[in-house]
Design a protein around this ligand. Structure first.
Ligand SMILES: Nc1ncnc2c1ncn2[C@@H]1O[C@H](COP(=O)(O)OP(=O)(O)OP(=O)(O)O)[C@@H](O)[C@H]1O
Ligand SMILES: [Mg+2]
Length: 335
């Protein structure tokens, strides 16, 4: 039988929203603050025991539901959540089934619940760790009113997800930037929240070092990663982008390839570029005419909010008038 997921893997244009990855990166490729690493290692130990008990000891065949393990990797962008999901799958010798959730939801309009079910089934078939990347979108949208069709589908999606999660015996990892957005119903089903913090100076210096090839990347003698780490308090993702930009700038300089070197000034100006690109993004995200300004849901919510304010003001005025009328009536009666 053809898996319903085949259409998800292949039929939606060039960008894949569901993808099976054979993990290559390991925990040795990640630099984490000590607390984050400890929580991650505890999570991994739990998973290993779970595998032992339910697979090797056969308890999974005896009990039908509630045996899965769900984790939430929460933290700011570029702090290593995706890389760690890959590393966890690697450590367990499993594949990683990645669902780019934000992308998937917009592509699956009208079909999200059905595709969620198919995704869980695919994870079982492939014995893969299921990874919902950019998962904020799942949890933040369940609303009691459910006025718009979009809201109704989101509510249904969350319900289906919760049901699948309950029945799933494997490992699910959610990655979110805003842990506070998570629906409380998810909260109960998630075993461990791993908080990915921004790296400190020491970690940043090691991340800079990790982003280059220890033998092949040609560095000029003036390169000082520690200084870069002290000067720029940024995420690992920003460091990665700056390293690639710096290498591109060094490679574009005239002269023979053999003589080319990445020097400190390349890294510094690349990082300045990364920082100013981020500033531009922030502005367009938060100005009135920024991203999402034309989204009908956002427009609707703004209109709704304005009406709500107008109603409250009208009610306030009516209440004041009523009280004034009562006072006047009382005065008349007292005379
Ligand atoms: N803690 C880290 N240690 C080593 N490299 C890191 C770390 N954090 C980020 N990086 C580098 O930055 C890249 C992007 O990180 P990653 O995609 O894992 O971040 P993320 O937390 O998933 O971000 P987002 O929330 O934007 O999805 C990684 O591929 C890696 O090269
Ligand atoms: Mg990510």
């Amino acid at each position: 039988m053809t898996s319903p997921l085949i259409s998800l893997f292949t039929g939606l244009g060039s960008r894949r929203v569901v993808e099976t990855v054979t993990p290559e990166r390991t925990l040795a490729d990640v630099v984490l603050p000590p607390q984050t690493r400890r929580t991650l290692e505890q999570a991994l130990a739990e998973v290993r025991n779970q595998t032992l008990i339910f697979h090797r000891w056969g308890l999974g065949e005896r009990h039908a539901s509630g045996l899965g393990l769900a984790f939430n990797f929460a933290g700011p962008p570029g702090t290593g959540k995706t890389i760690c999901a890959e590393a966890v799958a690697h450590a367990l010798g499993m594949k990683l089934l990645v669902v780019d959730y934000a992308e998937a939801e917009s592509m699956w309009v009208g079909e999200t619940p059905k595709n969620i079910v198919a995704t869980f089934r695919a994870a079982v078939e492939q014995n893969a760790v299921l990874f919902f990347d950019e998962a904020d979108a799942i949890a933040s949208r369940r609303s009691a009113g459910a006025i718009l069709p979009h809201d109704r589908e989101s509510n249904l999606t969350v319900n289906v997800l919760l049901r699948e999660l309950e029945a799933f015996n494997g490992i699910v990892i959610f990655a979110t930037n805003l842990a506070a957005n998570l629906d409380p119903a998810f909260e109960r089903r998630i075993r461990t929240h791993v908080l990915f913090q921004m790296p400190g100076g020491e970690e940043r210096a090691r991340i800079w070092q990790l982003q280059i090839h220890p033998k092949k990347t040609p560095l000029a003698p003036d390169v000082d990663f520690r200084r870069l780490a002290e000067r720029y308090a940024v995420s690992g993702g920003d460091i990665k982008n700056a390293v690639i930009k710096a290498a591109a700038a060094a490679a574009a300089e005239p002269g023979s390839d053999l003589g080319k070197r990445i020097s400190q000034r390349h890294f510094e100006s690349a990082m300045e570029e990364v920082l100013s690109a981020k500033e531009i993004m922030q502005q367009s995200l938060f100005t009135e005419r920024g991203v999402g300004a034309d989204d009908p849901v956002i427009v609707w919510r703004k209109v709704e909010a304005r009406w709500r304010t107008a109603m409250l003001v009208a009610l306030g005025l009516a209440g004041t008038a009523f009280v004034a009328a009562l006072v006047a009536l009382a005065l008349v009666l007292l005379r």
